[in-house]
Design a binder for this molecule. Structure first.
Ligand code: NAD
Length: 298
């Protein structure tokens, strides 16, 4: 079993590290948030007092951070990962970040003599808890294969995507589809209610019909239908609107760079922007249902 350094113990990093601990690894974790650190420690993680404390002597280091700027700061900043890891450590970034930042990390790691992969995940907090995430991994084949060994206990699917940054490219396109599906589920749910359908009956139909999607089955934004819905807990975040807006923004930026029209994606970003304008960005992204039913507080 390995000593694993881990930076970023939020909604995803917390439960992901719990599965590594369960698999017998020693996980030394650090997060700027004392609450996140305490929650992970309650599941067997060893608390570190800094990035350096978490990563020095580790065989492998994972990062699970909000955005590209956080990943850049954590890897390249003073006292950061590259300045603190032991020679030979394998570096795995599972955050969802822009391709340019991911390329910068690949280049900096290679220059410093480390193997690095971009390995974003899909499956949400429920997949993180259950250890059934899909990992999409970009990088040199030997680094991808070495990373897969450590990823096993957190995942149901490990899919090599090709060279550097292709994991992020796959993730950005996947999440574009996810958020479009979420917006569709929100509109269908509210319209079904207004047409007099029982909420459970309609979900039972859609989930085995052509309206089905991962968003419908996992994030259905109506309270009292499925256990994993954030609507049951007043939209306490499993995936914040801020991060959803970041992800769809990554897709739109990539689309502009490749001359690809994303008319629906751009519209969904406007929905997230309206949630941010209403100062609800820390709430779960499925709160966009309130734009459909008209209950979003200004
Ligand atoms: P989160 O905001 O809950 O957690 C991020 C954590 O990083 C926070 O606890 C924060 O304190 C910590 N952090 C930020 N800067 C730091 C630093 N310099 N040093 C140490 N810790 C630092 O976010 P999350 O939902 O766990 O998502 C993490 C990443 O995974 C994001 O890129 C997100 O887009 C992606 N993702 C999220 C989900 C989901 O359902 N939540 C699913 C798949 C992928």
């Amino acid at each position: 079993m390995a000593v694993i350094g881990w930076i970023g113990l939020g909604n995803m990093g917390g439960p992901m590290t719990a599965n590594l601990v369960k698999a017998g690894h020693e996980v030394r974790g650090f997060d700027l948030s004392p609450q996140a650190l305490a929650a992970a420690a309650a599941n067997g993680l060893t608390r570190a007092s800094s990035i350096a404390d978490a990563v020095s002597g580790a065989e492998v280091v994972f990062t699970m951070l909000p955005k590209g700027e956080h990943a850049i700061a954590v890897y390249l900043g003073e006292g950061g990962v590259l300045a603190s890891v032991s020679p030979g450590t394998l570096l795995i970034d599972s955050s969802t970040i822009d391709v340019e930042s991911a390329q910068r990390l690949h280049d900096a790691a290679a220059e410093a003599g480390f193997r690095f992969v971009d390995a974003p995940v899909s499956g949400g907090i429920s997949g993180a808890q259950a250890g059934t995430l899909t990992f999409m991994i970009g990088g040199e084949p030997d680094a991808v294969s070495a990373a897969s060994t450590f990823i096993e206990s957190m995942s149901a699917n490990i899919i090599p995507t090709g060279g550097a940054t292709t994991g992020q490219a796959a993730k950005i396109c996947n999440n574009l589809m996810l958020f479009i599906n979420l917006a569709g589920a929100a509109e269908g749910a509210v319209l079904a209610d207004r047409l007099g359908l029982d909420k459970q009956v309609f979900w039972d139909i859609a989930s085995v019909s052509s309206g089905d999607s991962w968003a419908l089955r996992t994030w259905y934004p109506i309270a009292g239908v499925i256990a994993s819905s954030a609507a049951n807990t007043a939209f306490a975040p499993t995936f914040t609107t801020e991060l959803a807006n970041k992800d769809i923004g990554l897709a739109i930026a990539a689309a502009r760079a490749t001359n690809t029209p994303l008319e629906i994606g751009e519209h969904v970003q406007q929905l997230f922007q309206r949630v941010l304008d209403a100062e609800q960005g820390r709430k779960d992204c499925s709160i966009i249902v309130k734009l459909v039913d008209g209950t979003l507080a200004p």
